[in-house]
Design a protein around this ligand. Structure first.
Ligand SMILES: [Zn+2]
Length: 92
């Protein structure tokens, strides 16, 4: 069964976004965001900052810190850090 973590991320304007970490039974991690960039399958800044454990991006750090820690753990166990480092993502 796939596991899922949904984090509320602060946008630059008044809108907050949902960043969703989904891990399949095979350990494959997919991260999505409800912002316009995330909708197109890019790793937007919300995804990148949360995956790196940046609590300042959370709408409610005190209640979501535990979930963020878990999401970061999933991220670090996945091949994504290496892929991001290799291909970069600065243009998003
Ligand atoms: Zn986003």
């Amino acid at each position: 069964m796939a596991e899922k973590i949904v984090l509320k991320a602060k946008g630059d304007g008044a809108i907050d976004y949902d960043v969703t970490f989904t891990r399949s039974d095979t350990g494959q991690l997919v991260i999505g965001c409800s912002c316009p960039a995330g909708h197109h399958g890019k790793s937007c800044k919300h995804v990148r900052e949360l995956a790196q454990g940046d609590t300042s991006r959370l709408v409610d750090p005190s209640s979501q810190k535990g979930e963020l820690d878990r999401a970061v753990e999933w991220f670090n166990e996945s091949p994504l850090p290496g892929i991001w480092a290799r291909y970069g993502h600065a243009e998003y």
